[in-house]
Design a protein around this ligand. Structure first.
Ligand SMILES: Cc1cc2nc3c(=O)[nH]c(=O)nc-3n(C[C@H](O)[C@H](O)[C@H](O)COP(=O)(O)O)c2cc1C
Length: 347
């Protein structure tokens, strides 16, 4: 058994990518039950919601799972006088989905400390993080509680920083991946390395196991990742399309019909660079040139995106997905999982 499988207590070296805001308990449990590591993204969840979600996950699976959070980078804006100015710029979207322009909240996202306190209570097998290196105190506390820590790198320098910070494994994520570019050493725009170039360089640079992510959606991608030196893969888009995922039909359909060159990297929806479809909302916000900093923009657009999601208005929601979308199959999470396992080299 590879180090990594023993480290996480899993049978197959397949990790379900966490989806901040779009993770589902059934999908996370399905991947863990199949012998992989299901992950659940906790972006925006307060302590109570984390504890509730942890209880739901425990009820749904007795296998190991990961919880995922975004590390504060220090440049997150707090609600301020600019809130209403940026909200006004989005008025047409609020009108289109029938919601009121949002008043200024007390905070956009729960604090790191509040999230961590709840995570300690849930005690997942693995804590995975993006957008930075967890502090020494966090790594120490996790280890004291028997929780493994995984960091996420978009460049070799980030992987080295994470390994130096004491993480147990590093996800090396190429720019093919769906969702946010989670860079933290240099700006995301200057950290765009593809999975094929990134993974072997990270493998050479760090002593901890490497999990390859970005553009892996079938057995061929898994086999390639292992050939590059990865010990596991993390897959997002190919699981996002399954019936167990939390996406609505508009998003699922969009994954099915978007070609490899049909996604872009944009800051329009959240104020941070992320890969998804350039739909009507993204085009209009980019053209307006008015994008609030993170997390203000994410919070402001979130109000119309959530309503649009409920109304199946794909042109007004976030259609996050990666470049491997056309490789995602129509089938259950267990079927997607079996396809990926078929690419794992036999020892
Ligand atoms: C909708 C969506 C949300 C995501 N949210 C997170 C997140 O909150 N935390 C994280 O570590 N990765 C997040 N990711 C990245 C995935 O976990 C995974 O690493 C990535 O999708 C792998 O690339 P692929 O889409 O090509 O398979 C997200 C991806 C998508 C598509």
């Amino acid at each position: 058994m590879s180090d990594l499988r023993a480290l996480f207590g899993i049978e197959h070296p397949i990790v379900l990518g966490p989806f901040g805001g779009l993770s589902s308990v059934p999908l996370t449990a399905a991947v863990s039950d199949a012998g992989g590591l299901g992950s659940f993204g906790l972006y925006g969840y307060d302590g109570d919601r984390i504890r509730r979600t942890g209880a739901e996950l425990r009820a749904a699976t007795s296998r190991p799972f990961a919880l995922n959070i975004w590390v504060p980078t220090g440049d997150e804006v707090v609600p301020n006088a600019q809130h209403m100015i940026f909200a006004q710029a989005l008025q047409p979207f609020y009108d289109a989905v029938g919601v009121e322009m949002p008043a200024r909240p007390e905070q956009y996202i729960p604090s790191h400390e509040e999230q961590l306190d709840a995570i300690w209570d849930v005690a997942p097998a693995v804590l995975s993080v993006v957008f930075g290196v967890p502090s020494g105190a966090v790594v120490e506390e996790a280890h004291r509680r028997g929780i493994r820590v995984v960091g996420t790198a978009t460049t070799v320098a980030e992987a080295v920083a994470l390994a130096d910070g004491g993480v147990d494994a590093v996800v090396a994520t190429g720019f093919e991946a769906g969702g946010h570019r989670v860079s933290f050493v240099r700006p995301a725009e200057d950290s765009l390395v593809g999975t094929f170039a990134l993974v072997p360089q990270v493998v050479d640079a760090v002593d901890v196991p490497v999990i390859a992510a970005g553009g892996i959606a079938d057995r061929r991608g898994v086999a390639a990742a292992f050939a590059l030196g990865a010990e596991a893969v993390q897959v997002g888009t190919a699981f996002l399309v399954t019936p167990e995922s939390a996406v609505n039909d508009a998003h699922r359909e969009a994954i099915r019909r978007t070609p490899a060159d049909g996604t872009v990297l944009t800051k329009a929806m959240s104020g941070r660079l992320a890969r998804g479809v350039r739909n009507r909302a993204v085009r209009a916000i980019e053209a307006s040139g008015t994008i609030a900093p993170f997390p203000m923009q994410n919070w402001l657009t979130g109000l119309f995106r959530t309503a649009a999601g409920r109304q199946e208005l794909g042109e007004l929601q976030s259609l996050w997905m990666g470049q491997a979308a056309p490789l995602a199959r129509a089938g259950s999470a267990a079927e997607a999982f079996a396809e990926l396992v078929a690419g794992v080299p036999v020892e």
